[in-house]
Ligand binder design. Structure first.
Ligand code: ATP
Ligand code: MG
Length: 254
């Protein structure tokens, strides 16, 4: 589904991501881990078109996509969530999801106010689709609540619901379980498994919660100072001396 070759990003003299190679197979669930500042989010920013790589290539479904804009990545079927939740704070839970649907179907909510039955029908379809997503993420009862009134864990779920509303082929989740209690994060694991199967979505996720990553991902890539130091299944990663050293050296969260 996605091929990444020698992905590199510099910020001035700092090499934030240094020669990352990765193959993401269709339907797989891949984890990206590493200590704070290892370059994980920077990788995601390149994989979703938020920033361009300094070097390297990203191929998605056989086409080169590096250098394209973020909205083009969305159109190609790559959706993401952010480490720092980015919701439209003054909008309702439902409208946060509907807006993502509108971006995806190529006309604005504004225009739909001034048009006739065709637009009304489209609008109804979008509402229905958005509500379906909210139901899956157990947020339908809060559909008309202002998004910032939701608990932190629910806001994280809402961001995923919104990303899924664009019907992505690939979903990138940046620390989806951050700030969740153990019950919430266990439920989130089930939800991610569920949407992956139901919508045949390929998932790549960044997470510091090792129980979460090891329990969910089939393959894991480990970055340290921007450089890939290990790739393998959870058992291989947990037994890898380089990984242990990278974490023990710098990071208590691991
Ligand atoms: N826009 C930027 N300008 C300059 N430096 C940046 C920029 N974005 C990231 N960096 C630097 O690149 C390095 C990697 O940052 P990144 O956010 O990708 O790490 P991360 O692995 O996601 O860390 P965390 O686990 O803390 O989220 C850090 O040293 C960071 O300060
Ligand atoms: Mg990060």
């Amino acid at each position: 589904m996605m091929q990444v070759k020698h992905l590199t990003r510099r910020f001035g003299g700092l090499v934030a991501v240094n020669g990352v190679d990765l193959e993401v197979e269709e339907g797989s669930l891949v984890g990206l881990i590493g200590p704070n500042g290892a370059g994980k989010t920077t990788c995601f920013n390149m994989l979703s078109g938020v920033i361009a790589p300094s070097e390297g290539a990203i191929t998605f479904q056989g086409k080169r996509v590096d250098g394209k804009k973020a909205y083009q990545f969305t159109q190609l079927g790559i959706a993401r969530t952010f480490q720092n939740i980015r919701l439209f704070k003054s909008l309702s839970v439902l409208d946060n999801v509907k807006i993502a649907c509108h971006f995806n179907c190529g006309y604005s909510m504004f225009r739909s106010f001034f048009h006739g039955p065709v637009f009304q029908r489209k609008e109804d379809e979008i509402t229905e689709h958005a509500m379906e997503m909210l139901k899956i993420f157990k947020l339908d009862h809060d559909a008309h609540e202002i998004s910032t009134n939701l608990a932190y864990g629910e806001q994280r779920r809402l961001e995923i619901a919104r990303a899924m509303a664009t019907r992505p082929k690939m979903l990138l989740l940046d620390e989806p379980a951050a700030g969740m209690n153990p019950t919430e994060s266990a439920e989130l694991m089930d939800l991610i498994r569920f949407v992956r199967e139901k919508f045949a979505t390929t998932v790549v996720l960044i997470e510091h919660d090792m129980k979460f990553v090891m329990g969910l991902c089939q393959q894991i890539l480990v970055l340290d100072y921007g450089t890939p130091i290990a790739y393998g299944n959870p058992a291989e990663i947990q037994a890898n001396p380089k990984v242990i050293e990278a974490y023990l050296g710098k990071d208590e969260e691991g």
